[in-house]
Structure formats: structure tokens, C-alpha cells
Design a protein around this ligand. Structure first.
Ligand SMILES: CC(C)(COP(=O)(O)OP(=O)(O)OC[C@H]1O[C@@H](n2cnc3c(N)ncnc32)[C@H](O)[C@@H]1OP(=O)(O)O)[C@@H](O)C(=O)NCCC(=O)NCCS
Length: 146
């Protein structure tokens, strides 16, 4: 069974392991702790059999939100957990009165782009050579919640 709940500092070790496995530029533990201090940051984890399966980090300011991070343990990807995490965020954002959600993604990240487009995000803009390591553009996606 999958349980989505707010982040706790004891989740950090597992989160950082997933970060390192999933991102070429992983967030540091300190980045998660810094975000966790602010009410405008929402950090939620998906827990399965007492193990961290995935998580998301979003920032909500007024009626706008940005999804900064979402990841699922590679060992259990493609089983619907990413979708459940994203749906949880969208549902919570809607209840909080968020109207527009933004996110950035690498053009090479087909899994994430598929997930976002399937969930109603639309391409809004590009930020040229945004990513430090590969100098890929960042694709900016937006979803309007009504
Ligand atoms: C993006 C990510 C969170 C998706 O998590 P997931 O649990 O594998 O996703 P789901 O199983 O819920 O799948 C959601 C949809 O994406 C599709 N998908 C998942 N992985 C895919 C892949 N590698 N290629 C194409 N589509 C993929 C699924 O098929 C599903 O669509 P469908 O219902 O039409 O078949 C996961 O791939 C991940 O952690 N990636 C590394 C971190 C990352 O890149 N995060 C995004 C940063 S912008």
C-alpha cells in the first residue's frame, strides 16, 4: 500500500539515495532541509512497505505554484507512483486555490514529459542552455487549474 505523507527529516537518507540515482545534478540534503523550513514549500513522500518510494517538492506563492522536484526510486518506476505523487500535488494545489502551476524539465526527459503532458501540462516557453551539465534548454510547462 502506498501512503503519501508530509516529509520528515528521518526521510532524508532515503531521499538522497533516490536523488543520486535519478538526477545528474542531485539536490543536497541541506536543500531539502532548507525548503522544509518554509511553509510555502510542500515536501511530500510516497511510502511503501515503510520505504520511501518517491517524493515531490513544490513551492506555492499565492495562486501560483512551481513543482521543483519529483522523483521515484528507479527500482519501482513505471508502476504509477509518479502519477499518484503528481495527482496528490495537483489535488492539494487546487484545494489551496492555486490557479497556475509551472515546472521545468529537460527535453531529453521523456518519462517526465509524458507524465506532465498526460496530466494536462502544456509547453509554455524554453530557457536556452539552462542546465549547467549538458547545456540543454529547459522546457517550461504550465497547467492552469480552474
Ligand atoms: C518522472 C518519474 C517521476 C515518473 O515516475 P513513475 O512512477 O515511473 O511514473 P508512472 O509509473 O506514474 O507513469 C506515469 C506515466 O509516465 C509514463 N512513463 C513512465 N516512465 C516512462 C518512460 N521512461 N518513458 C516514457 N513514458 C514513461 C508511464 O507509462 C505513464 O503513462 P501511461 O499511463 O500513459 O502509460 C520518474 O521517471 C522519475 O523519477 N524520473 C527521474 C526523476 C525525474 O526526472 N523527475 C522529473 C524532473 S523534471
Amino acid at each position: 500500500m502506498l501512503n503519501i505523507r508530509p516529509f520528515q527529516p528521518c526521510d532524508l537518507k532515503a531521499i538522497i539515495e533516490i536523488e543520486k540515482k535519478t538526477f545528474s545534478i542531485p539536490w543536497s540534503a541541506q536543500s531539502f532541509l532548507d525548503c522544509a523550513q518554509w511553509k510555502e514549500f510542500w515536501i511530500y513522500v510516497a511510502e511503501q512497505n515503510k520505504k520511501i518510494a518517491g517524493y515531490f517538492v513544490a513551492q506555492v506563492i499565492g495562486d501560483e505554484a512551481e513543482l521543483h522536484n519529483i522523483a521515484v526510486d528507479p527500482a519501482i518506476q513505471k508502476k504509477g507512483i509518479g502519477q499518484i505523487l503528481l495527482d496528490t500535488f495537483l489535488d492539494k494545489a487546487q484545494k489551496e486555490g492555486v490557479q497556475n502551476i509551472f515546472l521545468m524539465v529537460r527535453p531529453s526527459n521523456h518519462a517526465a514529459i509524458h507524465l506532465y503532458q498526460k496530466s494536462g501540462f502544456q509547453l509554455l516557453d524554453k530557457r536556452p542552455r539552462y542546465y549547467e551539465d549538458t547545456h540543454e534548454d529547459a522546457l517550461v510547462f504550465c497547467k492552469r487549474l480552474i
